[in-house]
Write a protein that binds this ligand. Sequence first.
Ligand code: KMH
Ligand code: ZN
Length: 308
Amino acid sequence: MSKVIITCAVTGSIHTPSMSPYLPVTAEQITDHAVGAAEAGAAILHLHARDPLTGRPSADPAHFSGFLPRIKQATDAVLNLSTGGSATMSLDERLAAPRAAEPEMCSLNMGSMNFALYPAAARITDWRHDWEKPFLENSDDLVFKNTPRDIARILTELGQERGARFEFECYDLSHLYMLRHFADRGLVKAPFFIQFVFGVLGGMGPDPENLSHMKLIADKLFGQDYMFSVLAAGRHQIPLTTMAATMGGHVRVGLEDSLMIARGQLARTNAEQVAKIRRIVEELGREVASPVEARAMLGLKGGERTTI
Ligand code: KMH
Ligand code: ZN
Protein backbone atom coordinates (compact mmCIF):
# COMPACT_ATOMS: atom_id res chain seq x y z
CA MET A 1 0.00 0.00 0.00
CA SER A 2 1.12 3.56 -0.71
CA LYS A 3 1.79 6.13 1.96
CA VAL A 4 -1.29 7.86 3.37
CA ILE A 5 -1.99 11.46 2.41
CA ILE A 6 -3.61 13.32 5.29
CA THR A 7 -5.68 16.31 4.21
CA CYS A 8 -6.79 18.79 6.85
CA ALA A 9 -9.84 20.95 6.07
CA VAL A 10 -9.26 23.79 8.46
CA THR A 11 -12.51 25.75 8.75
CA GLY A 12 -14.94 25.16 5.84
CA SER A 13 -18.32 26.81 5.47
CA ILE A 14 -20.65 24.41 7.26
CA HIS A 15 -20.00 25.07 10.92
CA THR A 16 -20.72 28.40 12.55
CA PRO A 17 -19.03 30.19 15.47
CA SER A 18 -21.87 29.37 17.88
CA MET A 19 -21.10 25.67 17.50
CA SER A 20 -17.54 25.92 18.80
CA PRO A 21 -15.37 28.74 20.17
CA TYR A 22 -12.40 26.98 18.56
CA LEU A 23 -13.59 27.30 14.95
CA PRO A 24 -10.90 29.44 13.25
CA VAL A 25 -12.28 32.56 11.57
CA THR A 26 -9.62 35.30 11.49
CA ALA A 27 -6.57 35.20 9.22
CA GLU A 28 -4.37 34.68 12.25
CA GLN A 29 -6.48 31.81 13.59
CA ILE A 30 -6.70 30.11 10.18
CA THR A 31 -2.93 30.49 9.77
CA ASP A 32 -2.16 29.07 13.22
CA HIS A 33 -4.52 26.12 12.78
CA ALA A 34 -3.24 25.35 9.29
CA VAL A 35 0.43 25.53 10.27
CA GLY A 36 -0.25 23.35 13.33
CA ALA A 37 -2.05 20.80 11.16
CA ALA A 38 0.88 20.68 8.73
CA GLU A 39 3.35 20.23 11.58
CA ALA A 40 1.21 17.36 12.92
CA GLY A 41 1.38 15.55 9.56
CA ALA A 42 -1.14 16.98 7.10
CA ALA A 43 0.36 17.08 3.60
CA ILE A 44 -2.61 18.97 2.14
CA LEU A 45 -4.47 21.93 3.66
CA HIS A 46 -8.01 22.39 2.28
CA LEU A 47 -8.87 26.05 2.77
CA HIS A 48 -11.92 28.31 2.90
CA ALA A 49 -12.04 31.91 4.12
CA ARG A 50 -14.33 33.61 6.62
CA ASP A 51 -15.19 37.18 7.45
CA PRO A 52 -12.92 37.85 10.44
CA LEU A 53 -15.52 39.98 12.24
CA THR A 54 -18.54 37.72 11.95
CA GLY A 55 -17.12 34.29 11.08
CA ARG A 56 -19.43 34.08 8.08
CA PRO A 57 -18.10 32.06 5.11
CA SER A 58 -16.44 34.47 2.68
CA ALA A 59 -15.37 34.31 -0.96
CA ASP A 60 -13.49 37.62 -0.78
CA PRO A 61 -9.95 37.21 -2.20
CA ALA A 62 -8.79 39.79 0.36
CA HIS A 63 -9.79 37.42 3.16
CA PHE A 64 -7.81 34.59 1.52
CA SER A 65 -4.83 36.93 1.10
CA GLY A 66 -4.81 37.40 4.87
CA PHE A 67 -3.66 33.82 5.43
CA LEU A 68 -2.44 32.17 2.20
CA PRO A 69 1.03 33.80 2.06
CA ARG A 70 1.54 33.31 5.79
CA ILE A 71 0.74 29.61 5.58
CA LYS A 72 2.90 29.19 2.49
CA GLN A 73 5.82 30.86 4.22
CA ALA A 74 5.52 28.70 7.33
CA THR A 75 4.94 25.25 5.79
CA ASP A 76 5.65 23.15 2.72
CA ALA A 77 2.10 21.70 2.74
CA VAL A 78 0.03 21.71 -0.44
CA LEU A 79 -2.50 24.56 -0.38
CA ASN A 80 -5.84 23.33 -1.75
CA LEU A 81 -8.44 26.06 -2.28
CA SER A 82 -12.11 25.21 -2.18
CA THR A 83 -14.14 25.94 -5.29
CA GLY A 84 -17.25 24.86 -3.36
CA GLY A 85 -17.09 27.91 -1.13
CA SER A 86 -20.52 27.90 0.44
CA ALA A 87 -23.70 26.69 -1.29
CA THR A 88 -25.09 30.21 -0.87
CA MET A 89 -22.39 31.76 -3.13
CA SER A 90 -22.52 32.15 -6.91
CA LEU A 91 -19.96 30.29 -9.01
CA ASP A 92 -18.28 33.60 -9.93
CA GLU A 93 -17.85 34.35 -6.24
CA ARG A 94 -16.58 30.83 -5.51
CA LEU A 95 -13.92 31.06 -8.23
CA ALA A 96 -12.57 34.55 -7.52
CA ALA A 97 -9.91 33.55 -4.98
CA PRO A 98 -8.75 30.32 -6.69
CA ARG A 99 -8.48 32.18 -10.03
CA ALA A 100 -6.27 34.80 -8.37
CA ALA A 101 -4.13 32.40 -6.32
CA GLU A 102 -3.60 29.77 -9.05
CA PRO A 103 -3.09 27.07 -6.40
CA GLU A 104 -1.61 23.62 -6.92
CA MET A 105 -4.90 22.05 -5.95
CA CYS A 106 -8.60 22.90 -5.80
CA SER A 107 -11.68 21.05 -4.63
CA LEU A 108 -14.26 20.21 -7.29
CA ASN A 109 -17.76 19.10 -6.32
CA MET A 110 -19.05 16.59 -8.85
CA GLY A 111 -22.79 17.19 -8.77
CA SER A 112 -25.67 19.45 -7.77
CA MET A 113 -27.34 18.37 -4.57
CA ASN A 114 -29.18 19.32 -1.43
CA PHE A 115 -26.87 20.48 1.36
CA ALA A 116 -29.07 20.51 4.42
CA LEU A 117 -27.55 22.08 7.51
CA TYR A 118 -30.81 23.04 9.23
CA PRO A 119 -30.91 20.15 11.76
CA ALA A 120 -27.87 21.74 13.43
CA ALA A 121 -29.83 24.96 14.08
CA ALA A 122 -32.19 23.14 16.42
CA ARG A 123 -29.29 22.21 18.71
CA ILE A 124 -28.07 25.80 19.24
CA THR A 125 -29.52 27.97 21.99
CA ASP A 126 -26.99 30.82 22.25
CA TRP A 127 -26.32 32.49 18.91
CA ARG A 128 -23.16 34.59 18.65
CA HIS A 129 -23.99 36.31 15.32
CA ASP A 130 -27.21 37.33 13.57
CA TRP A 131 -26.36 35.62 10.28
CA GLU A 132 -25.98 32.10 11.68
CA LYS A 133 -29.59 31.07 12.37
CA PRO A 134 -31.03 32.06 8.97
CA PHE A 135 -27.94 30.68 7.21
CA LEU A 136 -28.53 27.25 8.74
CA GLU A 137 -32.35 27.29 8.65
CA ASN A 138 -32.63 28.42 5.01
CA SER A 139 -30.60 25.42 3.89
CA ASP A 140 -33.95 23.57 3.74
CA ASP A 141 -34.51 25.29 0.39
CA LEU A 142 -31.01 25.48 -1.02
CA VAL A 143 -29.42 23.67 -3.94
CA PHE A 144 -25.64 23.36 -4.00
CA LYS A 145 -25.30 23.98 -7.72
CA ASN A 146 -22.57 22.10 -9.58
CA THR A 147 -23.94 21.48 -13.06
CA PRO A 148 -21.87 19.91 -15.85
CA ARG A 149 -21.37 23.44 -17.22
CA ASP A 150 -20.06 24.61 -13.84
CA ILE A 151 -17.73 21.59 -13.57
CA ALA A 152 -16.43 22.12 -17.11
CA ARG A 153 -15.76 25.78 -16.32
CA ILE A 154 -13.74 24.90 -13.21
CA LEU A 155 -11.78 22.24 -15.08
CA THR A 156 -10.98 24.71 -17.84
CA GLU A 157 -10.28 27.89 -15.85
CA LEU A 158 -8.41 26.32 -12.96
CA GLY A 159 -7.16 23.03 -14.40
CA GLN A 160 -6.25 23.68 -18.01
CA GLU A 161 -5.53 27.43 -17.80
CA ARG A 162 -3.89 27.60 -14.35
CA GLY A 163 -2.43 24.11 -13.83
CA ALA A 164 -4.43 23.11 -10.73
CA ARG A 165 -5.19 19.47 -10.01
CA PHE A 166 -8.28 18.45 -8.11
CA GLU A 167 -9.76 16.91 -5.00
CA PHE A 168 -12.90 15.47 -6.67
CA GLU A 169 -15.61 15.65 -4.00
CA CYS A 170 -18.01 12.76 -4.56
CA TYR A 171 -21.01 12.63 -2.22
CA ASP A 172 -22.76 9.90 -4.13
CA LEU A 173 -22.22 7.10 -6.63
CA SER A 174 -23.61 9.34 -9.36
CA HIS A 175 -20.67 11.71 -8.88
CA LEU A 176 -18.23 8.95 -9.84
CA TYR A 177 -20.04 8.53 -13.15
CA MET A 178 -19.87 12.29 -13.71
CA LEU A 179 -16.10 12.18 -13.17
CA ARG A 180 -15.83 9.30 -15.65
CA HIS A 181 -17.79 11.41 -18.15
CA PHE A 182 -15.30 14.28 -17.86
CA ALA A 183 -12.37 11.86 -18.16
CA ASP A 184 -13.95 10.50 -21.35
CA ARG A 185 -14.28 14.08 -22.65
CA GLY A 186 -10.55 14.51 -22.05
CA LEU A 187 -11.01 17.38 -19.60
CA VAL A 188 -9.31 15.57 -16.70
CA LYS A 189 -6.21 13.43 -16.64
CA ALA A 190 -5.22 10.58 -14.30
CA PRO A 191 -4.30 10.04 -11.57
CA PHE A 192 -7.60 11.17 -10.05
CA PHE A 193 -7.71 12.02 -6.33
CA ILE A 194 -11.29 11.25 -5.34
CA GLN A 195 -12.67 12.36 -1.99
CA PHE A 196 -15.58 10.14 -0.92
CA VAL A 197 -17.81 12.36 1.25
CA PHE A 198 -20.07 10.77 3.86
CA GLY A 199 -22.67 12.19 6.18
CA VAL A 200 -23.79 15.42 4.50
CA LEU A 201 -27.60 15.46 4.55
CA GLY A 202 -28.28 15.42 0.81
CA GLY A 203 -25.40 13.05 0.03
CA MET A 204 -24.75 9.44 0.99
CA GLY A 205 -24.98 8.42 4.63
CA PRO A 206 -22.04 7.30 6.75
CA ASP A 207 -22.62 3.56 6.39
CA PRO A 208 -19.54 1.37 5.93
CA GLU A 209 -21.36 -0.48 3.15
CA ASN A 210 -21.43 2.77 1.15
CA LEU A 211 -17.65 3.06 1.35
CA SER A 212 -17.20 -0.53 0.17
CA HIS A 213 -19.55 0.10 -2.72
CA MET A 214 -18.00 3.44 -3.70
CA LYS A 215 -14.60 1.73 -3.89
CA LEU A 216 -16.02 -1.17 -5.89
CA ILE A 217 -17.54 1.14 -8.50
CA ALA A 218 -14.51 3.47 -8.56
CA ASP A 219 -12.27 0.43 -9.16
CA LYS A 220 -14.52 -0.51 -12.06
CA LEU A 221 -14.66 3.00 -13.56
CA PHE A 222 -11.05 4.10 -13.00
CA GLY A 223 -8.95 0.94 -12.43
CA GLN A 224 -5.40 1.91 -11.50
CA ASP A 225 -5.99 5.54 -12.47
CA TYR A 226 -7.29 6.81 -9.15
CA MET A 227 -6.68 7.16 -5.43
CA PHE A 228 -9.47 7.57 -2.93
CA SER A 229 -9.63 9.54 0.27
CA VAL A 230 -12.46 9.68 2.79
CA LEU A 231 -14.06 12.43 4.81
CA ALA A 232 -17.05 11.90 7.06
CA ALA A 233 -19.10 14.47 8.91
CA GLY A 234 -19.31 14.74 12.68
CA ARG A 235 -18.89 11.64 14.82
CA HIS A 236 -18.38 9.45 11.78
CA GLN A 237 -15.09 11.20 10.95
CA ILE A 238 -12.64 8.86 12.66
CA PRO A 239 -14.49 5.53 12.13
CA LEU A 240 -14.78 6.04 8.37
CA THR A 241 -11.31 7.54 7.83
CA THR A 242 -9.90 4.58 9.78
CA MET A 243 -11.80 2.25 7.45
CA ALA A 244 -10.35 4.13 4.46
CA ALA A 245 -6.82 3.76 5.79
CA THR A 246 -7.42 0.03 6.30
CA MET A 247 -8.65 -0.31 2.72
CA GLY A 248 -5.61 1.43 1.21
CA GLY A 249 -7.13 4.89 0.93
CA HIS A 250 -6.19 8.37 2.09
CA VAL A 251 -7.86 10.41 4.82
CA ARG A 252 -9.23 13.88 5.46
CA VAL A 253 -9.90 15.39 8.88
CA GLY A 254 -10.32 18.95 10.15
CA LEU A 255 -12.85 21.25 11.77
CA GLU A 256 -14.65 21.72 8.43
CA ASP A 257 -15.84 18.13 8.77
CA SER A 258 -16.10 17.64 12.55
CA LEU A 259 -15.77 19.95 15.54
CA MET A 260 -15.05 17.10 17.96
CA ILE A 261 -11.94 15.26 19.11
CA ALA A 262 -13.82 12.62 21.15
CA ARG A 263 -17.37 11.96 22.25
CA GLY A 264 -18.68 15.13 23.94
CA GLN A 265 -15.32 16.91 23.60
CA LEU A 266 -14.67 19.79 21.22
CA ALA A 267 -11.38 19.83 19.33
CA ARG A 268 -9.38 22.91 20.29
CA THR A 269 -7.17 22.74 17.21
CA ASN A 270 -7.10 21.08 13.81
CA ALA A 271 -3.72 19.63 14.75
CA GLU A 272 -5.36 17.43 17.40
CA GLN A 273 -7.45 15.69 14.76
CA VAL A 274 -4.46 15.29 12.44
CA ALA A 275 -2.40 13.81 15.28
CA LYS A 276 -5.22 11.41 16.14
CA ILE A 277 -5.67 10.01 12.63
CA ARG A 278 -1.90 9.90 12.20
CA ARG A 279 -1.58 7.71 15.30
CA ILE A 280 -4.27 5.39 13.95
CA VAL A 281 -2.74 5.23 10.46
CA GLU A 282 0.68 4.39 11.89
CA GLU A 283 -0.76 1.77 14.24
CA LEU A 284 -2.31 0.18 11.16
CA GLY A 285 1.21 -0.17 9.76
CA ARG A 286 1.01 2.55 7.14
CA GLU A 287 3.28 5.56 6.74
CA VAL A 288 2.16 9.15 6.35
CA ALA A 289 3.11 10.97 3.13
CA SER A 290 5.12 14.18 3.31
CA PRO A 291 4.08 17.16 1.15
CA VAL A 292 6.87 16.29 -1.32
CA GLU A 293 5.60 12.71 -1.55
CA ALA A 294 1.99 13.86 -1.90
CA ARG A 295 3.00 16.19 -4.76
CA ALA A 296 4.67 13.30 -6.58
CA MET A 297 1.67 10.98 -6.04
CA LEU A 298 -0.81 13.58 -7.28
CA GLY A 299 1.25 15.10 -10.09
CA LEU A 300 1.12 18.63 -8.70
CA LYS A 301 2.91 21.57 -10.33
CA GLY A 302 4.70 22.77 -7.15
CA GLY A 303 4.13 25.58 -4.71
CA GLU A 304 6.48 27.93 -6.58
CA ARG A 305 4.15 27.96 -9.58
CA THR A 306 1.27 29.64 -7.78
CA THR A 307 0.70 33.37 -7.24
CA ILE A 308 0.40 32.96 -3.45
N1 KMH B 1 -17.57 20.59 3.09
C1 KMH B 1 -17.37 19.26 2.60
C2 KMH B 1 -18.53 18.37 2.86
C3 KMH B 1 -15.63 22.10 -0.97
O1 KMH B 1 -15.01 22.82 -0.22
O2 KMH B 1 -15.53 22.17 -2.20
C4 KMH B 1 -17.02 19.24 1.17
C5 KMH B 1 -16.11 20.32 0.69
C6 KMH B 1 -16.60 21.10 -0.44
O3 KMH B 1 -15.04 20.47 1.20
ZN1 ZN C 1 -14.44 22.52 1.79
